[in-house]
Write a protein that binds this ligand. Structure first.
Ligand SMILES: [Zn+2]
Length: 67
């Protein structure tokens, strides 16, 4: 499904930039229906925390705390 490709890209983008409301809506509508994308989100969050820990910078955790 092309949708998942789009959603995972947005989840990844969310680490680097602010998503638009429309983009968040697309994610919020899709995640409850798709365990694959939920797992992806979980994984990139862990990666992000690990990356920050490795560089000695505390993870802000602001952009992705939507639940
Ligand atoms: Zn999906």
């Amino acid at each position: 499904m092309g949708k998942c490709k789009n959603i995972t890209r947005l989840l990844s983008d969310a680490l680097d930039r602010r998503l638009t409301t429309r983009e968040w809506v697309a994610i919020r509508l899709h995640l409850p229906t798709c365990s694959g994308c939920r797992n992806y989100r979980k994984q990139i969050r862990l990666l992000r925390v690990a990356a920050h820990a490795a560089s000695g910078i505390e993870a802000p955790g602001a952009a992705a705390s939507d639940d």
